[in-house]
Unconditional design. Structure first.
Length: 202
């Protein structure tokens, strides 16, 4: 199975006045294609710091982060922004949908910023993803309150290879309970994403 994320002895320090705060102290792990990973820990344990590094929003003080064999730590901020735009999506509990556009148009939207995807390919992928979650009959209707949760996920599912779910957005879905959360994610990973990473407070 292909290695997507490789973290090698990551450390992240912050300078607060005269004191150095060691947010991460030598973290190492690999994540392979098709895996669902949960980052757990108490408040202040470094979960958000690690997520920021994995999401290319921050860089470690030392250590190596390889994303599809691309060394991220030495990249410039603009280079990380391009990589993030192509590969990484963030899904939150808030719904970032356009209420006056149709379901298929909302799902297509992120792909419009990718010049490598043609209009016909964009429409095909959007339709297939809507059909995969049982919304194939709502392609040209505007966003309905009953569909809003699934629709908020799909733009990221079809566009990005790696999804970060930092505040457990699946729990907003009316049919999802805490015990079913992981099963829900792993079911929908078949639509496109190679990796899903969730952040939990313990």
């Amino acid at each position: 199975m292909k290695k997507v994320i490789e973290i090698q002895n990551i450390k992240r320090n912050f300078q607060v006045g005269d004191e150095t705060v060691h947010a991460l102290r030598g973290v190492s792990f690999n994540i392979n294609e098709g895996e669902f990973v949960t980052i757990m820990g108490t408040s202040g344990s470094g979960k958000s710091t690690l997520l920021n590094i994995l999401g290319c929003l921050d860089t470690p003080t030392s250590g190596e982060y390889l994303l599809d064999d691309i060394p991220v730590r030495t990249m410039s901020k603009p280079q990380r922004a391009v990589l993030r735009n192509r590969k990484i999506g963030f899904v939150f509990q808030s719904y970032n949908l356009l209420p006056k556009t149709t379901a298929v148009e909302n799902v297509e939207l992120p792909l419009m910023y990718n010049s490598a995807v043609s209009a016909s390919e964009r429409r095909r992928r959007a339709i297939e993803s809507l059909q995969a979650v049982g919304l194939g009959d709502r392609l040209v209707v505007k966003v309905h309150s009953d569909d809003i949760f699934l629709l908020s996920f799909l733009p990221d599912f079809i566009h990005y290879e790696i999804l970060f779910c930092p505040d457990r957005p699946a729990l907003r879905y009316r049919n999802i309970h805490k015990g079913e959360e992981i099963q829900w994610y792993t079911h929908y990973i078949d639509i496109n994403p190679r990796v899903i990473i969730s952040l939990l407070r313990h």
